[in-house]
Design a protein around this ligand. Sequence first.
Ligand code: MLT
Length: 388
Amino acid sequence: MSIKINCLNPIAACGLDMLDDKYELTENVSEAEAILVRSAVMHEMDLPDTLLAVARAGAGVNNIPLDKCADEGIVVFNTPGANANGVKELVIACMLLAARDITGGIQWCKENKENADIAKAAEKAKKAFAGTEIKGKKLGIIGLGAIGVQVANAANRLGMDVYGCDPYLSVEHALNMSRDVTMVKSNDELFELCDYLTVHVPLLDSTKGMFNKEAFDKMKDGVVLLNFSRDTLVKEEDLKEALESGKVGKYVVDFPNSNTVNFPNTIVTPHLGASTQESEDNCAKMAVHQVRDFIENGNIKNSVNYPNCDAGVCTTQGRITVAHKNIPNVLSQLTALFSKDGVNIENLVNKSRGNYAYTIFDICSDSSEAVAKELAAVEGVIRVRIIK
Ligand code: MLT
């Protein structure tokens, strides 16, 4: 029987082409073993018992109920970095739109298209659209993941003075970042220093509303704030005041809502960050690759609610995976059950992340339903899968 995949949003064809004849696309979520999603909101959805994995073709996962999924043994993946270049290019473009009134100038040309003397009129009109250059200005980047680092490097090459802050900076991202980027210890330092601020952090309870009155008060007068992460990182009633007073000179946001589309000095784009052919292709391919590796091999890469756990392709006779709570005594009970049944464990990979853990057992005999049933009965076990 084929493995059923549901696409809650359109997913690039090159990703779906990676699903071979073991797989079948279904419109019916209630029979899906995996869901591929972009921006569809899943919080109120009933998740079927068949569901093993959700893969978000993108970075942000605020549209997916991560804890609910984890509690039901559903592994949620995202595709970090796959759309980073697309987002970076839009951030740079919009920083230029904030610095120079390019859109005002384009609008003027449209409005004056009937004017036979438009060339002459333009020379008079253009002073209304004059701006500033970004070269030499200070850019502060909050969050140096795949996108933040690419923005840092591009802005640096455009002659900006780039500063960054990220307490969780990974070795990989640090190695990819230009040495000209100055790291600071706190966002407050960026607020005090920078002419432009761009935020590239996930929306979490701890980051929601992080741009509030207290933060705006610490910023330079006339600062330009770019938000290509999520709208609710910003407390919009405080932002409105900061825009009206001129404290924030411009707000650029890629998430339209009924507040921001009416704010002064605000440039709003309709969530276009990753809307490029290349980003859509990269995200789709990465999402499908991760889902296949999980379904076929039980490996977890780039999950946002379970630990990464990779045992490669199974070379022993059997493989069983167990998603479980990260509590004492689960692993010892699981291994004891294998030994009680005379099953030798050839390889074992166990990883934990927060409240959840995941274990891959490669065993010397065929996996049996009987053993899987015993494993599933251990307290703290969430889901057992026979892979081979
Ligand atoms: C992301 O979360 O990756 C970006 O917001 C882009 C997108 O969702 O398309």
